[in-house]
Write a protein that binds this ligand. Structure first.
Ligand SMILES: [Zn+2]
Length: 301
């Protein structure tokens, strides 16, 4: 085996990012399955272990030799690759095109592991088949980075960024969710539909185009948050306005993930809603991830 070209490339890209040019390599995810040990044995036989054939970019994960068929109300797709290692929950990641083949109506776009309310599907292996009640998703586009890479790119976990590609099908992909930490390596994951829509293949580069948050100068004691700082380096995070200053149309009666994403993009520190407003679980999660507060405003009945 020679040098790990992917690793060298990631190192070079990380160094370039420190200079201000931020490019990320693309990994196109073909449809695949993650299985629990229990489901693996139901499909391949008691005591079965996955056979790794190729490591994938994310640390510890691998493509296995095993393949299964997935069967929906309208059709089946054969030879779907199983990725390892086994996981606590079985999850099938397909493209929107695949969902049409299966007849899986309204298959939701989700981050890995967010399976509540997703459709079920039948999985067929050489030694048996199972029908799971949930776990079929179209994976939400996301960008993996380890902590060092995240620092070089000026990205934090949960941040939503935009990526641009030129070529014959130029495109800016918005809403790319960043996942950072030790178990991640620099790569943006999109599915085959998204890749084909903008002429991308694994190994191509996309440019991160979201503005880097301005860094505070070292003399600044943080008073720029209140606009009193003379460091000339206005923080992108503004102080929260007094209740009375909040325009009525910014007080929501329903808070969704999208509201949090927009607030994040606009560098807001909080979103405001009515006292009895509905806050979706996804919005609450995004609030935790981004640190953007959801503040209920009293007095509006
Ligand atoms: Zn991924």
């Amino acid at each position: 085996m020679g040098v790990d070209e992917g690793a060298v490339r990631r190192l070079v890209l990380t160094e370039i990012a420190k200079q201000g040019d931020r490019f990320v390599p693309v990994g196109v995810s073909a449809r695949h399955v993650h299985l629990t040990q229990h489901d693996l044995e139901a499909l391949f036989g008691a005591g079965y272990q996955l056979t790794p054939i190729k490591p994938i970019s994310q640390p510890g994960q691998f493509a296995s030799q095993e393949q299964v068929a997935i069967i929906g109300p309208k059709g089946r797709i054969d030879k779907v690759r199983v990725l390892g290692p086994v996981r606590p929950e079985t999850q099938i990641e397909i493209s929107v095109s695949d969902s049409f083949v299966l007849g899986a109506k309204n298959c939701p776009i989700r981050l890995s592991g967010d399976l509540d309310g997703t459709p079920g599907v039948t999985i067929e292996g050489p030694k048996g088949s199972i029908t799971i009640s949930k776990g079929l998703i179209v994976a939400a586009r996301h960008l993996h980075m380890n902590d060092e890479q995240a620092k070089a790119y000026g990205i934090h976990d949960g941040q939503v960024v935009s990526l641009r590609v030129g070529g014959a099908r130029p495109c800016t992909m918005e809403g790319v969710i960043c996942r950072t930490g030790a178990k991640h390596e620099l790569e943006v994951h999109i599915d085959t539909d998204e890749a084909n829509a903008c002429g991308l293949k694994t190994g191509d580069l996309m440019e991160l185009v979201q503005e880097r948050p301005q860094e505070r100068s070292h003399e600044c004691k943080g008073t720029c948050l209140t606009g009193e700082c003379t460091c000339g380096n206005q923080s992108p995070k503004k102080a929260e306005p007094e209740e009375a200053q909040i325009p009525e149309d910014e007080i929501l009666d329903l808070v969704t993930e999208r509201d949090l994403n927009e607030a994040f993009r606009d560098n807001k520190t909080a979103v405001y809603c009515e006292k009895k407003a509905l806050i979706t679980p996804a919005a609450a999660d995004r609030s935790n991830e981004t640190g953007i507060k959801i503040i209920r405003i009293g007095g509006k009945e």
